[in-house]
Design a protein around this ligand. Structure first.
Ligand code: 5GP
Length: 115
């Protein structure tokens, strides 16, 4: 039978190795394989929502959880000077994995506007 899991579900299942930073029943977080900052962690809901465009009101609590986990990780990673959270949505914004994920970036000055 075809494996319909997303890349990030395979990471959650341990079938693809990762540097896991956080796990609970709703979401998990691991270090990005190609970090864009000294701290670059992806926070992912266990529910494989493909993109922000697929979110419904039923997902509001889940999305809120991603941000509270980001805040906890920012403290744990020592990002007291500041950090950035980003959802890329769609190819023009650079989304490459169709399973929503919140990027947590920090540990260096982050320019604005982003590229
Ligand atoms: P997007 O471009 O979709 O917003 O973010 C996807 C992110 O997933 C990228 O930053 C990319 O480096 C990361 N990524 C892709 N494949 C893997 C992988 O196998 N392991 C880890 N840890 N990160 C990955």
């Amino acid at each position: 039978m075809a494996d319909t899991r997303t890349l990030f579900q395979k990471i959650a299942d341990g079938d693809i190795p990762s540097d896991m930073a956080y796990e609970d029943e709703h979401c998990f977080a691991f270090r990005d394989i190609a970090p864009q900052a000294p701290v670059h962690i992806l926070i992912v809901p266990r529910k494989p929502v493909p993109s922000l465009n697929d979110l419904t009101e039923a997902d509001e609590k889940l999305v809120g959880r991603l941000f509270t986990v980001a805040r906890k990780l920012a403290v744990r990673e020592g990002l007291a000077e500041g950090y950035r959270t980003v959802f890329n949505c769609g190819p023009a914004a650079g989304q490459t994995v169709d399973h929503i994920h919140l990027h947590l970036l920090g540990g260096r000055p982050l320019g604005w506007p982003p590229g």
